[in-house]
Design a protein around this ligand. Structure first.
Ligand code: ES4
Ligand code: ZN
Length: 375
């Protein structure tokens, strides 16, 4: 007899449902785990909250270390993966920044980005906006042209070969100095046509959004979009969400789950039409009076525009967007209609031209209808 998890894994890996002829397609919405996994695998998706350096799988880390004549303090891939133990944002970030030290050349950044894009395309991600952390690379003496150049070349090849479209968001590392972030912005601005926006990541403690007001203003003046992390359960977490929305005029919030603790901020975000990129693997639980609450469920129920994203999959059990959605469906009791709504939110809030958006929404509608769901 087959193990149930094995059947679900097989359903995820099976040919995409939308590629099947009409007669072979499911005509009714998914009702069991296997059909649900197949439905999620075939769902046309967009992803906006994925750190490229967080997609650096242990296998690739070893390959790049070898190519760059670097030694790693682990005997093998398994030992490296066993070291990925963290309990909060700072302990996670330490592992994440250590890991990216092997990225040195244009080809390294190409391989990293192409690796993510091919994985995403295989999971029916049609469009991705990807974060990168240039300051950490500039610190090691890697020129910005190698970082942006390698990623841009991978984006073009992936679009041509795999059909996946993507754009790039430069993140300021909020725990480094404001001057360091400005240097990175100034270094990147000559390549602004390769970027769609700027973001803010790394350790939020003691590094509120207003530390970067000038940077965001400058980026906006250069025509870039603006998003920022408001990680869950941070010091002054609601104050930081308010500052991001009101003072820094963020167009999007990455995570931001604690907003459900403030009806006033929920109303503000809804009136501004702000999208939230939720990553259930990392920021799924908001602590409310010492009790965990399910951020995704509460945000959906509050009527916020949420998308679901994988964040740093290489450090989170190598679960990419399909696996993240399969888990989220169970943890948050998502209905098929809610899953479609999540992807509709994503395509509706992507930083893309109207024509491209309409094409994605038409594909999503057709997929929903093929499962007998009204889109
Ligand atoms: C991050 Cl989850 C998260 N939060 C803040 N900064 C980050 N960098 C990479 N992943
Ligand atoms: Zn993140």
């Amino acid at each position: 007899m087959h193990d149930r998890r094995q059947i679900i894994r097989a359903a995820i890996a099976a040919p995409l449902a939308c590629a099947l002829p009409g007669w072979a397609r499911a005509a009714t919405p998914p009702t069991d785990d296997v059909a649900m996994a197949r439905f999620i695998a075939g769902l046309p998706k967009a992803e906006f909250h994925v750190h490229l350096e967080g997609t650096l799988e242990a296998e690739m880390k070893f390959a790049l270390a070898k190519r760059n004549n670097l030694s790693l303090p682990y005997a093998d891939v398994e030992a490296m993966k066993r070291s990925y133990i963290y309990h909060d944002l700072p302990s996670f970030l330490k592992i994440y920044y250590d890991g990216m030290q092997v990225l040195l050349t244009e080809q390294d950044f190409y391989d990293l980005a192409y690796g993510y894009l091919s994985k995403a395309a295989s999971q029916n991600v049609l469009y991705a906006e990807m974060f990168f952390d240039p300051q950490e690379h500039l610190k090691r003496g890697v020129p910005i042209e190698a970082v942006i150049g390698g990623i841009t070349r991978a984006r073009a090849d992936a679009a041509k070969t795999l059909g996946i479209q993507s754009q790039l968001i430069l993140c300021f590392m909020r725990d480094l100095s404001a001057a360091s972030a400005m240097e990175a912005l100034d270094a990147a601005l000559p390549y602004k046509d390769k970027l769609v926006g700027v973001g803010l990541d790394s350790d939020e403690k003691g590094n509120p959004p207003e530390k970067f007001a000038e940077h965001f203003a400058k980026a906006r003046a250069a025509g870039l979009h603006v998003t920022m992390h408001c990680d869950v359960n941070q010091e002054n977490t609601l104050g930081n969400i308010r500052t991001a929305l009101v003072d820094l005029k963020a167009e999007r919030i990455d995570h931001g789950g604690n907003i459900v603790q403030s009806p006033e901020l929920v109303a503000l975000a809804k009136s501004l039409g702000i999208p939230f990129t939720v990553c259930p693997t990392f920021s799924g639980k908001v602590m409310d009076d010492g009790q965990p609450i399910n951020a995704l469920r509460e945000m959906l129920d509050a009527g916020l525009k949420v998308s679901v994203n994988s964040d740093d999959p290489a450090y989170m059990g190598s679960e990419y967007i399909t696996e993240v959605l399969v888990r989220a469906q169970k943890d948050s009791a998502l209905t098929p209609a809610e899953l479609v709504r999540i992807e509709r939110n994503a395509f509706e809030t992507a930083w893309i031209p109207a024509e491209q958006r309409d094409g994605y929404l038409a594909r999503l509608d057709a997929y929903a209808q093929s499962w007998d769901l009204t889109a």
